[in-house]
Design a protein around this ligand. Structure first.
Ligand code: CA
Length: 401
């Protein structure tokens, strides 16, 4: 602790010499003169080792406790579910009378770290105000920001004729990691169902910074709805076909926007070859004018050995979060296969025209990071299956026949 404050101590010593020429006593820390009110004071007062850098997969103390004044005092049940409504002050926008006037939304969030899944259970809304007088049919639309909004868009069913609708429906994001939680915000928008002459209209929205979540701990929210906030989409995305038909949907900074894929690899000693599982994709880039894609996955092992080396999955229509669960087989010795490269590419099927490339990746001993780990660990031993999510790159794979 002293080392971290070295500079301050030196400065104080210097001033002390000028004022008093007597013997120099060790200077106490300024906090020693004040009473300690921290709820976790004993831990702070004990000398601590230098703080370790936070591991990416572990919640930092800040994300666990939040600000000590508001969240540390929130009582939790044995299951860890907060009982008090959480109002996210920093997310509030505008006048409070106006925001409470739009109603409120109750929901719970659970980040399942092991399976890379974010569960978002929408319970109910209260005090909704319809746009016209009369009955009101509503649903909730969820998006992860920043990002292409349709890639992460999920919605509940419509509940008819209620200003306090109960949906009690869980929306699930697959391929959602703790790293995503660190940088993504969940937006939940309560919308009034489209009528004859009008499209669905937002009644209000809430936003939750997901870094507040503790992995594997359910957290409940009850938040006042705010007015819908619109954001401009970056020009870089205008290249995708059909983007001009988008509604005002929110698109913010687009860092990684090709999507991601869940693959499994296993060398089967019984069958004498590599099993490649194409399980699902998530948050794929939209390629069609309707804001979706018709995705399928091609895999190719190269250099090929004169045996079957190219495969493709079936096409999943009009979705950005397809589930495939298809498995393909490459015969060969394990050591021989380990020297090869597996090219994986995701495409949007188009009737009558060339398919659009969405994103791809390569797995080989020349890969880096998680891709290298996946390839090398699964080909270093037999009968060991590993599923990992991978990010798709924008560069089309080099198919050398
Ligand atoms: Ca298509």
């Amino acid at each position: 602790m002293a080392g971290a404050r070295g500079e301050k101590v030196t400065m104080q010593e210097h001033m002390a010499i000028n004022v008093s020429p007597g013997p120099i006593r060790p200077i106490r820390q300024i906090s020693d003169y004040f009473p300690h009110f921290y709820p976790f004071a004993p831990a702070l007062l004990r000398p601590r080792p230098a703080p370790l850098p936070a591991l990416p997969n572990e919640p930092t103390p800040e994300s666990v406790l939040g600000s000590p004044m508001d969240e540390a005092q929130t009582p939790t049940t044995k299951a860890g579910v907060s009982q008090l409504p959480q109002c996210l002050e920093e997310e509030q926008d505008g006048d409070s009378d106006e925001t409470t006037a739009l109603g409120s939304l109750e929901f719970t969030l659970l980040l399942d770290q092991q399976n890379c899944v974010l569960h978002c259970t929408i319970h109910r809304a209260k005090g909704l105000k319809p746009l016209d007088s009369g009955s009101i049919d509503t649903f909730v639309k969820a998006n992860l920001l920043p990002g292409i909004s349709k890639a992460s868009q999920l919605r509940t069913r419509t509940v008819r004729g209620s200003r306090g609708p109960h949906w009690d429906e869980t929306l699930t994001y697959h391929g959602f990691t703790c790293q995503d939680a660190g940088c993504k915000t969940l937006r939940l928008c309560v919308c009034e169902e489209a009528r004859l002459r009008r499209r669905a209209e937002p009644l209000g929205e809430v936003r939750v910074a997901l870094k507040k979540l503790v992995p594997n701990l359910t957290r409940s929210f009850n938040i006042c709805l705010e007015k819908r906030r619109l954001t401009r989409r970056p020009r870089s995305l205008d290249t995708a076909r059909g983007m001009s038909l988008y509604e005002e949907e929110v698109v913010e900074a687009a860092g990684e926007e090709r999507g991601r894929i869940l693959l499994s690899l296993c060398y089967s000693s019984q069958r004498g070859g590599l099993l490649v599982g194409v399980l699902r994709c998530a948050h794929l880039a939209p390629m069609d004018a309707n804001g979706y894609s018709d995705p399928f996955v091609r895999i190719f092992l190269q250099p090929n050995m004169g045996k079957k080396s190219k495969y493709k999955t079936t096409v999943r229509k009009k979705t950005l979060n397809p589930e495939f669960n298809e498995e393909f087989f490459y015969a060969g010795q394990r050591e021989e296969l380990a020297q090869k490269t597996l090219l994986v590419s995701v495409w949007d099927y188009d009737l009558g025209t060339a398919d659009d490339f969405i994103g791809g990746l390569q797995l080989s001993i020349n890969s880096t990071g998680e891709k290298l780990r996946h390839w090398s660990e699964c080909l270093a031993r037999s009968d060991w299956r590993l599923e990992l999510w991978h990010r798709l790159d924008g560069a089309p794979p080099q198919l050398g026949d």
